[in-house]
Design a protein around this ligand. Structure first.
Ligand code: FAD
Ligand code: COA
Length: 410
């Protein structure tokens, strides 16, 4: 069945993309869906699903051919993520981070060795962790205090991140830190690579007990005199001073991916509601015959069509790089718009899909309850819906919008 209401191919996907989408749908339905409830209940990272994704070629999709990957586009990755998320939000998120996000930054900015290292990890199924958020720097990410002090050609990293998806299961980490020179002067913000069980000084604190998406740990990640050599420093192309902007630019791919997980979850919920509404009878007729429900279903499908179009468009877009030419990443404003709209629409759609089921939707026997908890996070993680509106406003007004009382203090 097509994901489009029209049943055609309104996004002009190529035959290869339609084939990719069909293969992803088959894997999702045959292998991932039957395990989704268990992943939620046990709260255990689904290594079996990771192996299945990896075997199907759905990790490391964006790695170029010269590094041993298939060189897929972000849209290709989005098509796969959407199918996984339709049946299991956790597996959708793994597919995002194994294809977009930290890997995008390393592929674009890393040295040949770093690109090879990161590619080998994702091509073997690793879902790299991206470490930005700190207890006192969430939305105000640029006010992070984790620091990397230069000692000769090495850096010593100290600080703490929290809410790091995959902390303790991911091997590769991309850590954002404030960089200081030997003499203590601040240079800017940079990216540092670290590897679980290999990089001394990298450890994990407590796991957050989350509302949904319970199969991936959300962890504190701690850096205690974590020493990294020059080979693990991801140098932003515009230099340390503008390192934060460069790293956030790469992060736009993950924002599109996050929106896609919400879209997939909501599409899955809508399809369940549609089927149920044709079977469930009240007053001697299927509930789909009541106009009140028909309009709910119509609104759900309308929101999903709009969200899908915006998400696919953002995936195909390109922003402007530091040198003024097209960057390898989605446009920041479109990525923000796609995530705001898709996350908010998806939360409404899943809520109304649950409503369609009546009491059955409220039961933990039913996947709607899990999907409702899972989808709720997408207006929060990866930039809140409020912060992303500020990103969009800054772009459309053509002006910087400092959020601190005193303007920019950096
Ligand atoms: P705060 O910044 O404290 O915001 C609190 C409220 O104030 C929000 O409603 C926010 O929108 C609002 N607010 C704040 N500033 C403004 C403003 N200027 N204008 C208007 N409203 C404002 N981080 C990582 O680095 N790596 C990860 O892998 C990762 N994974 C996550 C997974 C999950 C499930 C979740 C929930 C979070 C994850 N995060 C991760 C962290 C996430 O990015 C932050 O939660 C997010 O950036 C918001 O920060 P905060 O939670 O500290 O909220
Ligand atoms: N894409 C491209 N560039 C970006 C960007 C993005 N997503 N976010 C910020 N930048 C650039 C800005 O354009 C600015 O560049 P400029 O100096 O050329 O104008 C620079 O980075 C600094 O951004 P600014 O908006 O001035 O920073 P700020 O200190 O006011 O903070 C943010 C705002 C960027 C921190 C905030 O908008 C944000 O994104 N917070 C959420 C953090 C997040 O998503 N965490 C997810 C963790 S998983």
């Amino acid at each position: 069945m097509s994901d489009a209401v029209s049943g055609t191919n309104p996004w002009a996907l190529t035959p290869a993309q339609l084939d990719l989408q069909a293969r992803a749908r088959a894997l999702a339905e045959d292998v991932i869906a039957p395990r989704a409830a268990e992943v939620d209940a046990t709260e255990e990272y689904p290594w079996d699903n990771v192996a299945a994704l990896n075997e199907a070629g759905f990790t490391g999709m964006t790695v170029p051919a010269e590094l041993g990957g298939p060189g897929h586009s972000f849209l290709d990755a989005v098509l796969v993520v959407e199918q996984m998320a339709k049946v299991c939000g956790v597996t959708g998120r793994i597919a995002v981070e194994a294809n977009m996000g930290a890997i995008s930054a390393v592929l674009a900015y890393g040295t040949d060795e770093q690109r090879r290292l990161a590619s080998d990890y994702v091509l073997s199924g690793d879902k790299p962790a991206i470490c930005i958020t700190e207890p006192d720097a969430g939305s105000s990410a640029s006010m992070m205090t984790t620091r990397a002090d230069r000692r000769g050609d090495r850096y010593v990293v100290n600080g703490k991140k929290h809410w790091i998806t995959g902390g303790g299961v991911s091997k590769l980490h991309l850590i954002f830190a404030r960089v200081f020179d030997q003499d203590g002067s601040e240079l800017g913000i940079g990216g540092f690579l670290a590897i679980r069980d290999e990089t001394p000084g990298l450890s994990y604190g407590r796991r957050e007990p989350t509302m949904g998406l319970r199969g991936i740990p959300e962890m504190e990640v701690l850096f205690d005199d974590m020493e990294v050599g020059p080979d693990m420093v991801v140098m932003p192309p515009s230099g340390w001073r503008r390192g934060f902007a460069d790293l956030m630019n790469a992060y736009n791919s993950q924002r599109v991916g996050a929106g896609t997980v919400a879209l997939g979850l909501a599409t899955g919920a809508y399809e369940l509601a549609l089927e149920f509404s044709k079977k469930r009878e009240q007053f001697g007729r299927p509930i789909a015959e009541f106009q009140g429900l028909q309009w709910m279903l119509a609104d759900m499908s309308t929101k999903l069509e709009a969200a899908r179009s915006l998400t696919y468009r953002a995936a195909c877009s390109r922003g402007t790089g530091p040198d003024g030419v097209a960057s390898p990443f989605p446009d920041p404003a479109l990525a923000a718009q796609a995530k705001i709209f898709t996350a908010e629409a998806s939360i409404e759609v899943v809520s109304n899909a649950l409503q369609t089921f009546g009491a059955a939707g409220y039961s933990r026997r039913n996947p709607l309850e899990r999907m409702y908890r899972d989808v709720r996070m997408f207006t929060i993680g990866g930039g809140t819906a409020q912060i992303l509106r500020t990103v969009v406003a800054s772009r459309i007004l053509g002006q910087k919008l400092p959020q601190t009382r005193d303007g920019y203090v950096r």
